[in-house]
Design a protein around this ligand. Structure first.
Ligand code: ADP
Ligand code: MN
Ligand code: MN
Ligand code: MN
Length: 416
């Protein structure tokens, strides 16, 4: 709740909310998977059986709509319904729906209905069809039956920061890092059971080769699904810790960055289901030893930052971020203190810094942006499990404030 106050203080909203908090505590899931045959990188499904059913044609007047929403822990949930084609042609034609909020900690048992309001349609890569129609994924946000955003509806809060600021044309590019594990949830892909890799970090980042790259098939499948779905996925790469990978969503305009990032996380989870691989967004999945954590670097630009003279506006925005460092840290993800240690390409959590081409700073300006005198900046602080609605909304609120803030001297490579 503390986090909510920090956010609300800036955007002047009145509704309180409990922040989305991703956790990896999944004790019951762990018990369940211990009974499963543990396989890595392989589908446990017999495709020849599954394909027989997938080959059945869909009725030509119906579309399957998978309604996706964010739960109380910041994870995606979903359920499917059959709709007449005409109701799926635009987001405002889609019916509202509901779910049992008492099963997701989003409503009390005696008044359990939570209303789902469709926000954004994507194509469903998991249910392709051959008749020229598309089944769909629908990103939704969540309301009480009386029409109030429920406390965990961070989209509604962030939307206030973007409201009326359309002329700014703010773009976000979100770098989503994630870590793949075997189903035991203890052994990252490529790691020996109960042990550590025999080579330190170094060869794995953007690597090729069976001794370096682990889980590429998962990332590539996810990439294809995101492209098919219509997401602005701009790339992927292998990360520094073996078993860790990244993809980027964006640039996306305003609140759409959060919609797309959450839908991409949902797609990633669905793909991991197929591969029977466990994916965590925890910011520091391996705390012992010298292994990188996982972040959600957030790249930002407004129209004026992208135009001639934009560098000055970028610097002003960075000084404003510096003045609110702790407020931002408070909503930048749970467990981030394990990652933001000042080591492993991170800055200290206690102190704000910025620099050109410096990956040890809180905020980085790229070399191209400096050379061109315009472009974008990268906030490197958000953790991989951060809520993209909160992060983008908070950045927007902070950089749009009309306040005088002190200049901050850049921390460039030589001094870092
Ligand atoms: P890094 O060098 O930090 O690993 P990446 O290439 O992984 O950077 O990610 C950069 C992200 O920034 C991409 O998603 C890209 O689409 C996005 N991006 C590029 N230009 C802009 C811009 N002007 N404003 C916001 N985001 C941008
Ligand atoms: Mn990157
Ligand atoms: Mn990265
Ligand atoms: Mn980055």
């Amino acid at each position: 709740m503390k986090l909510a106050v920090a956010f609300l203080a800036t955007i002047g909203a009145t509704a309180a909310f409990a922040p989305a908090a991703n956790t990896v505590a999944r004790t019951s899931a762990l018990n369940m998977v211990q009974q499963l045959d543990l396989k890595t990188g392989q589908s446990q499904l017999d495709t020849s059986v599954v394909d027989r059913f997938n080959a059945l044609p869909y009725p030509d007047d119906k579309v399957l709509a998978e309604y996706v929403w964010v739960d109380a822990k910041g994870e995606c949930r979903s359920k499917t319904r059959t709709l007449p084609v005409a109701r799926t042609e635009a987001v405002d034609k889609l019916p509202r729906w509901n779910f049992d909020g008492s099963s997701t900690d989003q409503a009390p048992g005696d008044d359990s209905e939570v209303i789902l309001r469709p926000c954004r349609i994507f194509k469903d890569p998991f249910r392709p069809r051959a008749d020229g129609l598309d089944n769909i994924l629908v990103m939704c946000d969540t309301y009480t039956p009386a029409g109030e955003a429920i406390p965990t509806n961070t989209r509604a809060i962030a939307a206030k920061a973007f409201e009326g600021k359309e002329d700014e044309e703010v773009w976000f590019g979100l770098e989503q890092e994630f870590t793949l594990f075997n189903l035991d949830q203890r052994t990252p892909l490529g790691w020996p059971k109960n042990g550590v890799p025999n080579r330190a970090q170094g060869p794995y980042y953007c690597s090729a080769g069976p001794e370096n790259s682990f889980g590429r098939a998962v990332t590539d499948a996810m990439y294809r699904c995101c492209l098919y779905a219509g997401l602005e996925i701009s790339g992927t790469n292998g990360e520094v810790m073996p078993g860790q990978q990244e993809y980027q969503i964006g640039p996306c305009v305003g609140i759409d960055a959060g919609d797309q990032l959450f839908m991409s996380r949902y797609i990633l989870q669905r793909v991991c289901e197929e591969f029977q691989v466990y994916c965590t967004l925890h910011p520091k999945p391996i705390v012992e030893g010298d292994w990188n954590g996982a972040g959600m670097h957030t790249n930002v630009s407004t129209k004026s930052m992208r135009e001639a003279g934009g560098l000055d506006i970028i610097k002003q925005a960075i000084y404003k971020l510096g003045a609110k460092h702790q407020e931002h840290i408070a909503i930048y993800g749970e467990g981030n203190e394990l990652r933001l240690t000042g080591k492993f390409e991170t800055a200290s959590m206690d102190e704000f810094s910025f620099g050109v081409a410096n990956r040890g700073a809180s905020v980085r300006i790229g070399r191209d942006t400096e050379a061109d005198g315009c472009g974008y900046f990268e906030d490197r602080r958000p953790s991989s499990n951060a809520d993209p609605y909160l992060v983008t909304g908070k950045i927007m609120a902070t950089i749009m404030e009309e306040v005088e803030v002190p200049e901050i001297a850049p921390l460039n490579r030589a001094e870092a």
